[in-house]
Design a protein around this ligand. Structure first.
Ligand SMILES: CC[C@H](O)CC(=O)C(=O)O
Ligand SMILES: [Mn+2]
Length: 337
């Protein structure tokens, strides 16, 4: 099995879990530790990607450009990456992040919408960036559809395409099928990004490696949207046990996870009823906080909203459905009384 490239996305996916409250000091400390530990790629941006600080996605406490600047200045060996979602971010933010010195742009779209990424892949390459495609909500489509979409990204200049389990809804057979199909069809690298709603983030990531994945993601303590991600420190420990030596210092990772990241958690990252129902129904993890707010406001269960959103096959960008569903469920409840 190949030694994978590990991207730590505590400062991007984890941004959802801290309600976009990262400060330059936190970024400096986390980047310093990840960099010293030897993590090769560190992702920094709003959880929903560049320019995500909006009323729909949640306002950031500090400008993500200030945070990216600190990250670039602090990292000695690690490459800094940012996430970009077309429609949330524009070419302006992409250019600005490149000027600040990011090395990698990860372009994320719903897994049937690769065609909207062309101009951004081309621009990222023009600006000298490594460009990675993110096929979000990959559980919703069979392997052959993901292959078509990934091939489009490859034709636009992608250096790697990720199978992204945004809802933490995939089980191991689903990961194997999708990652192997991409590996077989593409000439570029393939990655896998896990969420832990079904308790499979580490197991699925290892399955992705067995299926040939070249790149994987983690976050310290699993800090990330919904049930969180594969914890970076656990991934490194497991890879060591498998004799896949990434050269990453486990002891530094365990310390920063325990002493710096764990205290940042607003609520423990656990598989509670809301997270499990979200993964089970296949609902996008970034919906969690919005669903919880709506549930509280309208006096319904978050898990019921998740179940209904799953039935309606809601995707990123359809956050307005959350309120519609909550209101409908509340009305039904009143009529029953
Ligand atoms: C809005 C981007 C999204 O959070 C990307 C991601 O990490 C995922 O889909 O899991
Ligand atoms: Mn994610």
């Amino acid at each position: 099995m190949k030694i994978p490239r590990l991207t730590d996305t505590t400062l991007r996916d984890g941004d959802h879990a801290v309600s976009h409250s990262y400060t330059p000091e936190m970024v400096r400390t986390i980047v310093q530790n990840l960099d010293e530990a030897g993590v090769p790629v560190i992702e920094v941006s709003h959880g929903s990607g560049l320019n995500g600080s909006t009323i729909q996605q949640g306002f950031s406490k500090h400008s993500e450009f200030d945070l990216i600047k600190v990250a670039v200045e602090t990292a000695k060996q690690a490459k800094i990456a940012s996430l970009f979602v077309p429609g949330i971010g524009t070419s302006n933010e992409l250019r600005q992040a490149a000027e600040l010195g990011i090395s990698i742009l990860r372009i994320a779209v719903h897994c049937t919408e690769a065609d909207v990424t062309e101009q951004y892949f081309r621009l990222a390459k023009e600006l000298g960036l490594e460009a990675v495609g993110f096929l979000m909500m990959s559980h919703t489509q069979p392997a052959n559809v993901l292959v078509e979409q990934a091939k489009l990204m490859e034709s636009y200049g992608a250096d790697c395409v990720y199978v992204v389990d945004s809802a933490g809804a995939l089980v191991q057979s689903g990961v194997r099928e999708r990652v192997s199909a991409l590996k077989e069809a593409l000439s570029i690298e393939v990655g896998f990004h896990a969420h832990n709603n079904l308790g499979l983030a580490i197991g699925n990531t290892i399955t992705a490696l067995e299926a040939g994945a070249d790149q994987i993601d983690g976050t310290l303590r699993g800090l990330g949207a919904g049930a969180g991600n594969a914890p970076t420190e656990v991934l490194v420990a497991v890879l060591n046990k498998m004799n896949l030596d990434t050269g990453i210092n486990l002891s530094i990772l365990m310390d920063v996870a325990e002493e710096v990241v764990a205290p940042l958690m607003q609520t423990p990252i656990v598989i509670d009823r809301d997270n499990l129902s979200s993964g089970y129904a296949g609902v996008y993890n970034s919906f969690l906080l919005h669903v919880r707010h709506a549930a509280e406001k309208f006096g319904v269960k978050a898990s019921e909203i998740m179940e209904e959103l799953g039935k309606r096959k809601a995707v990123a960008g359809q956050e307005d459905w959350i309120l519609d569903v909550a209101v409908e469920l509340a009305k039904k409840k009143v009529l029953k009384v």
